[in-house]
Design a protein around this ligand. Structure first.
Ligand SMILES: NC(=O)c1ccc[n+]([C@@H]2O[C@H](COP(=O)([O-])OP(=O)(O)OC[C@H]3O[C@@H](n4cnc5c(N)ncnc54)[C@H](OP(=O)(O)O)[C@@H]3O)[C@@H](O)[C@H]2O)c1
Length: 334
């Protein structure tokens, strides 16, 4: 038996989740059965979408079960293998985050090559976060030469990758984030052309108009609400909006008050398309070839904020909603 700790959902949160909604449980993991593999997680990541799975509402993935370890992307190392496809020491990706050690059927694991990308980058630039940015910008928003790109939550996991891909393809990039520390990071590390501190701006539409006098052609929406309102107001004719997420609404219990100008989508013939990365996993190989090449050439950085230990996994999750992270929010488990 191997002792392991795991974070369980105890009850379904109302509004912003609180610590009492969860439990850190200690369990004994037995030796794996034939066909199973035992993995010690090295890294896990937290996603805003996990908030949705804590509720019972119907969505594109089932809700988390109560009194069971939650799920989420993780990178681990094989400890014992009961399947010939995996050997001790192999680095593997799974959806079995929020726990230290687990047994799983081999089908739940994917090998990860860490010769170019470091381990944790497979949860960031080389993981579904990177794929979300890549597919959203290049396929959903159908980035074209000379497009001016606006990205909300630009300093976060997805946003910081969207900004970098748009920059390396030669576009003018405007990003928003909360606070001076983040706007400095966007300008100095991520390399955007203009950064808006939305928390310091009384009127986001005016702020966007100020830094985008030529309008915007692509909006990558991670936030919704007032950000979407501002983007609709400033967009050029035939702009494309990739609707990736609307984090400003994930913990609210009231109806949204913005956008109030959806008619702009008609007047300007804007194409707005929502997307879910899980529908695009078949393009992973092509995406990884791009990302690995850009990383090797120094054109794409893995930006991350790291908490240490499973007992701080909830701090990482709560931090997504208070904006504590620069880049991908992760937890180092071993
Ligand atoms: N469609 C898909 O398949 C898919 C896949 C992955 C992620 N997503 C979505 O992509 C977005 C970013 O996800 P991520 O994992 O990269 O998270 P992230 O951007 O690394 O972290 C969340 C960030 O959102 C910002 N934020 C939090 N509350 C906010 C509010 N009320 N108003 C404005 N900004 C707020 C915070 O930054 P500030 O300090 O700047 O406010 C925070 O750092 C989320 O909407 C997520 O749901 C979608």
């Amino acid at each position: 038996m191997t002792a392991s700790r795991e974070v369980r959902l105890k009850r379904r949160p109302e509004g912003m989740p609180v610590r009492e909604d969860f439990e850190l449980a200690t369990i004994d993991v037995p030796a794996p059965e034939p066909g199973e593999v035992q993995v010690r997680n090295l890294w896990m990541a937290v996603d805003p979408a996990m908030r949705g799975r804590m509720s019972e509402a119907r969505s594109y993935v089932p809700p988390f079960a109560l009194d069971a370890a939650m799920e989420g992307p993780a990178i681990g190392r094989v400890v014992v293998s009961g399947d010939p496809a995996f050997a001790p020491g192999d680095v593997v990706w799974s959806r079995l985050g929020w726990r230290e050690v687990f047994n799983a059927p081999a089908s739940a694991l994917k090998h990860r090559d860490c010769t170019v990308l470091p381990e944790q980058a497979h949860l960031g630039i080389g993981g579904t976060t990177g794929l979300t940015a890549w597919i959203g910008l290049l396929q959903i928003a159908a980035l074209k030469p000379d497009d001016v790109v606006f990205v909300s939550a630009g300093s976060g996991g997805v946003g910081s990758i969207v900004c970098q891909i748009a920059r390396l393809k030669g576009h003018r990039v405007i990003a928003s984030a909360g606070g001076e520390r983040k706007t400095a990071f966007l300008r100095e590390v991520i390399g955007v052309d203009a950064a808006i501190d939305y928390k310091a701006e009384p009127n986001l539409t005016k702020a966007l108009a100020r830094v985008a006098p030529e309008g915007i052609d692509v909006y990558f929406d991670n936030v919704g609400g007032e950000h979407l309102h501002a983007a609709l107001a400033i967009a050029n004719a035939h702009a494309r909006f990739a609707l990736c997420g609307m984090i400003s609404q994930y913990n609210t219990t009231d109806a949204p008050t913005a956008p109030r100008n959806l008619m702009q989508a008609v007047v300007k013939r804007i194409r707005m398309e929502g997307f879910i990365v899980l529908d695009h996993l078949h393009r992973e190989r092509e995406f990884l070839a791009d990302v690995t090449g850009w990383y090797r050439d120094g054109l794409l950085k893995q930006a991350e904020t790291v908490h240490a230990g499973i007992d701080h996994a909830l701090d990482a999750f709560f931090g997504l909603f208070s904006g504590d992270n620069l880049g991908r929010m992760m937890v180092k488990l071993a």
